[in-house]
Design a protein around this ligand. Structure first.
Ligand code: SF4
Ligand code: SF4
Length: 432
């Protein structure tokens, strides 16, 4: 049987080959029915191909959205086995969702890919275990505190330097290079939730560790803009790592906890667009109540822009390159609001970090597991920084910021990377 995979595809089910029992069992599940509905939407028009960064690099059908949809469909039907090559095609997807944003048939590609990876999860327990371990380490505040302490001690003993030089293996070298200079040892100082809170701040585990002060900046900016902000103490991780590794059950459990914690009608604000995108995905991940919760989720920049007339900033005569993360552009869809908000700072010159519509290569754990691909995608952005020499780079997604900072450092470039809310809080004029 030949699948309709387009030119150049070599995937065929051998004539007469039996469907493997493990896959045919999966075929009957509710999840596979949902997957079938999703793949059926694709009309194979190929309009998404010129927008897919991985397809543009390899020009192979299996590395583009249309090919990945066909492979996932065949996998779900039990017509293809999860060979290493097939897994490579699906794993290569950055979940940037540029394809979803341009698809005329409104194929929900993010959901499709996560459900497809869930089919593969059984075949590769190590990958799922890695995501579970990372999630377990990052989710709890005491463990985060221990991690921060461990890092400080390791730095003092020179272990981080050794890791960066590859003494403990390639993956740890990569992880070491991505570490920010400081990991927060304490929780951010944020207002608790009160009866009148109309904005509930979602913190995010990596954000709390690496950008603690940005959370405090966000609360301050929102308060000056007239919102009554509160940060629910019992909030959990958004579940992105588990979701993209195919562990949908565990991701769903975290989502349900957050639904219970963020009850009510207040808007839910995230400072990291990756978290905001995952919270929006609760719409399909949690059938009961997920969609109404997702509709309340916004990027902090969008909320501030709605009340920009209440915010007054000091002039800042410098040139900033704005990196708009894929999650903010293609999933949350509030990238223009952040740009407009930054324009409220007098004398600042903004320019997009080119190539503006392309993923920088930071894509969840892939930033570590497929470093070569991540660096190939970053190369264009680094070339633009070298050519344009901006005074700083602004990015509202922690994964992109760490990837950009590590790449700049490797390239010998000293341009600082900053969260836009940090800049806005620094320029905020005192009220009155
Ligand atoms: S995902 Fe959408 S744009 Fe891409 S081939 Fe399918 S229908 Fe066309
Ligand atoms: S999510 Fe991004 S990388 Fe994956 S298929 Fe779509 S455009 Fe390509």
């Amino acid at each position: 049987m030949e699948r309709r995979l387009g030119a150049g595809c070599k995937y065929r089910r051998p004539h007469g080959a039996a469907v493997q029992p493990a896959y045919s069992a999966a075929m009957n599940s509710t999840s596979n029915h949902a997957l079938q509905v999703l793949t059926d939407r694709c009309v194979r028009c190929g309009l998404c191909l010129p927008h897919c960064p991985t397809y543009l690099q390899s020009r192979q059908e299996g590395d583009g959205p249309r090919g990945r949809i066909a492979l996932t469909e065949a996998l779900a039907r039990g017509e293809l086995a999860p060979t290493p090559r097939l897994q490579q095609h699906l794993d290569g997807c950055l979940s940037c969702r540029a394809c979803e944003a341009v698809c005329p048939a409104q194929v929900r590609f993010g959901e499709l890919m996560d459900r497809g990876r869930a089919l593969l999860a059984v075949q590769r327990p190590a990958r799922v275990r890695a995501a579970r371990l990372a999630s377990a380490l990052l989710r709890s505040r005491p463990r985060r505190r221990a991690l921060s302490l461990l890092l400080r001690v390791s730095r003092r003993l020179g272990l981080v330097g050794l890791a960066r030089h590859g003494v403990f293996g390639r993956r740890l070298a990569r992880a070491g290079a991505l570490l920010p200079p400081v990991l927060a040892a304490t929780a951010p100082l944020l207002p608790p939730v009160a009866a009148e809170s109309d904005v509930l701040l979602f913190c995010g585990c990596v954000t709390e560790l690496a950008e603690r002060e940005v959370l405090e900046d966000a609360a301050r900016l929102l308060t000056v803009a007239g919102y009554r902000v509160g940060a629910p103490a019992a909030q959990d991780c958004c579940g992105a790592l588990l979701q993209h590794a195919g562990d949908l059950e565990r991701a769903r459990r975290l989502a349900r906890r957050n639904l219970a914690t963020f009850g009510g009608t207040g808007m839910v604000a995230a400072i990291t667009s990756g978290c905001a995108a995952s919270l929006r995905d609760y719409a399909w991940l949690v059938p009961e109540g997920g969609a109404s919760f997702a509709a309340r989720v916004h990027d902090v920049g969008w909320l501030l822009q709605r009340r920009v007339e209440r915010l007054h900033f000091k002039p800042l005569p410098l040139r900033a390159a704005v990196h708009l993360p894929c999650t903010l552009r293609n999933v949350v869809g509030e990238d223009r609001a952040m740009e407009r908000l930054l324009c409220a700072v007098p004398e600042i010159t903004l320019e997009p970090l080119q190539p503006a519509q392309r993923c920088c290569g930071a894509a969840g754990l892939q930033i570590v597991t497929d470093a070569a691909a991540a660096d190939r995608l970053l190369a264009g952005k680094l070339a633009a920084v070298r050519q344009r020499s901006p005074d700083l780079i602004l990015s509202s997604n922690i994964g992109c910021s760490l990837h950009l900072a590590a790449g700049l450092s490797r390239a010998g470039l000293t341009t600082p990377v900053m969260h836009p809310l940090r800049l806005l809080a620094q320029q905020l004029q005192p009220a009155g």
